[in-house]
Design a protein around this ligand. Structure first.
Ligand code: ATP
Ligand code: XMP
Ligand code: GLN
Ligand code: MG
Length: 518
């Protein structure tokens, strides 16, 4: 889709590329991220008003390291290169990059502004010093013809370089991260003042653009949408329904790995609120029998991803075939599952709906939320008028309780976990804490410990409780419960759930932990 009021972000595999997209959208400008290998096609398709080249783990000094498509530099639009992006631009336009003799700069640094520059016009003044965040081992040691250094840092003489005639800018630091306090302003300045965009992009526009895109992609074909009751798939279903009406059928899969009462609740809620055909599939036996004996987290995820697709295929057949499968996949699902560059950035875990998909698929995917973050999906949900019960729900992973039972998953262990989890969530709701927490759940550990109850000895499982706050699920902090909340929940669980005799609380943030335990 052409999108002249947009910015294309070329991804070289940085862990924080997605934050660039965020910052651009926060500036009221639509953006899309494309891996460097397909950036030229993305550019042709979008016709954006500007380009940002991301950071990345590779070294420009090595042969075969990624390069930006040359056509981007010939397109006549402004370009901002960030870290690796700056280095690659320097190397490709006639400058030079070397490995820093002193090992590089990592963490907090200060830049000193030497000259005025359109990139920070109205934000920074000549002569000022400003905090930025650096993370580089290589540095530019000769800038290309046409460029001038406009700011320096101790370790980088070319902390900011600019070719005002071509409107090309390079920054060695990362303006997209929180620890560059004025970074968001620099990115907004690039998008609005340098690229000349108005900054009036809204979710309402996203909605209408996506609807047009879905209609174009799907035509008159039939679509099945995996509906979980979670925010993402509910928003995807309502959006797609607005686009193609009764060509859409939703499929809710009960894989036996859901929480207590969840299936009835989701199906009831959805049928109550929407007049969209919804098939409720009971696939517990198929999932649990396939999971028997499987203990490796990635093996569980791959099996579940594959089995979801088997179920969707079977349901498609029953309605006379469907050409497309819609899912509420978000950007974090994608970024954690795959490494765009095939380079040193690693797969953290295979989200069932991305990295867990089988290689051969009968249906083509429709994923209208693939570029968004959770909080943006919630905003879109509100824009679409979804009730709060959908929009405000804590996320629940597609593989469900299977990834909250380290070790083998059995029906018996699912039942134990369901009971404990229900008590935990009930107490959270009763204490009025549900909306203050991003996600809360229990994990049933494959560890047994000794206890004493009613003067008898117990030898039962340990249960871990987790609650985190987050904005987008990419990073998370541990939620601090008030005073006696956790001891009270622990007592209730040990008293009421047979099979659990000890409860612990998980104090790990993300990173270094992930939110789920597997
Ligand atoms: N039980 C299920 N039945 C059908 N589809 C499912 C089920 N669980 C997950 N999916 C599909 O997988 C996608 C990804 O799941 P995910 O949990 O990330 O999103 P969600 O459930 O829609 O939202 P949330 O993250 O808020 O739970 C869903 O959007 C949905 O399309
Ligand atoms: O639909 C999903 N399929 C998956 O395979 C999956 N794995 C993790 N999650 C959810 O993603 C968010 C981040 O989780 P992690 O920190 O554990 O990676 C958290 O909200 C997790 O619950 C998943 N959702
Ligand atoms: N953060 C980055 O983009 C790093 C770029 C390059 N890998 C370096 O170390 O200099
Ligand atoms: Mg979910």
């Amino acid at each position: 889709m052409q999108h002249p009021e947009s910015i294309l972000i070329v991804d070289f595999g940085s862990q924080v590329t997605q934050l660039i997209a965020r910052r651009v959208r926060e500036a009221g400008v639509y953006s899309e991220v494309a891996p460097f290998q397909s950036a030229a096609e993305a550019f042709e398709r979008m016709r954006p008003a500007g380009v940002i080249l991301s950071g990345g783990p590779a070294s420009v000094t090595l042969e075969n390291s990624p390069r930006a498509p040359q056509m981007l530099f010939d397109a006549g639009v402004p370009i901002l290169g960030i870290c690796y992006g700056q280095q690659v631009m320097s190397a490709q336009l006639g400058g030079n990059v070397v490995i820093s003799g002193d090992g590089g700069e990592f963490g907090k640094a200060f830049v000193e502004v030497k000259q005025p520059c359109a990139l920070f016009d109205g934000v920074w003044e000549q002569g000022e010093r400003h905090q930025v965040w650096m993370s580089h081992g290589d540095k530019v040691d000769a800038i290309p013809p046409g460029f001038e250094p406009v700011a320096v840092s101790e370790g980088a003489p070319f902390a900011i370089v600019a070719d005002e005639a071509r409107r090309f800018y390079g920054v060695q630091f990362h303006p997209e991260v929180y620890h560059t306090p004025d970074g968001a302003k620099l990115i907004a300045n690039f998008a609005r003042n340098v690229c000349g965009l108005t900054g009036d992009w809204t979710m309402a526009e996203f909605r209408s653009a996506k609807i047009a895109e879905i209609r174009e992609q799907v035509g008159s074909a039939r679509v099945i949408c995996g509906l979980s009751g979670g925010v993402d798939s509910a928003v995807a279903a309502v959006l797609i329904h607005e686009a193609i009406g009764d060509q859409l059928t939703c499929v809710f899969v009960d894989h036996g790995l859901l929480r207590a009462g969840e299936a009835e609740q989701v199906v009831g809620m959805f049928r109550g609120a929407y007049n969209i055909p919804l098939v409720h599939v009971d696939a517990e036996e198929q999932f649990l029998s396939g999971l028997a004996g499987v203990t490796d987290p990635e093996a569980k995820r791959k099996f579940i991803g594959r089995t979801f697709i088997d179920v969707f295929d079977a349901e498609a057949k029953k309605i006379g075939g469907a050409e497309f499968l819609a899912q509420g996949t978000l950007y974090p699902d994608v970024i954690e599952s795959v490494s765009f560059t095939g380079g040193p950035s690693v797969t953290i875990k295979s989200h069932h709906n991305v990295g867990g998909l089988p290689e051969r698929m009968n249906m083509k995917l429709v994923e209208p939320l693939r570029e968004l973050f959770k909080d943006e999906v919630r905003e879109l949900g509100r824009e679409l008028g979804l009730p709060d019960i959908f929009v405000g729900r804590h996320p629940f992973p597609g593989p469900g309780l299977a990834i909250r039972i380290p070790g083998e998953v059995t029906k018996e262990r699912c039942d134990i976990l369901r009971k404990a989890d229900a008590i935990y969530l009930e107490e959270i709701r009763n204490a009025g804490l549900y909306d203050a927490i991003w996600q809360a759940f229990a994990v049933l550990l494959p560890v047994r410990t000794v206890g004493v109850m009613g003067d008898g000895r117990t030898y039962d499982s340990v249960l871990a409780l987790r609650a985190v706050t987050s904005v987008d699920g990419m990073t998370a902090e541990v939620f601090g419960f008030p005073g006696d909340f956790l001891p009270r929940v622990a007592t209730r669980i040990v008293n009421e759930v047979r099979g659990v005799n000890r409860v612990v609380y998980d104090y790990t943030s993300k990173p270094p932990g992930t939110i789920e335990w597997e």
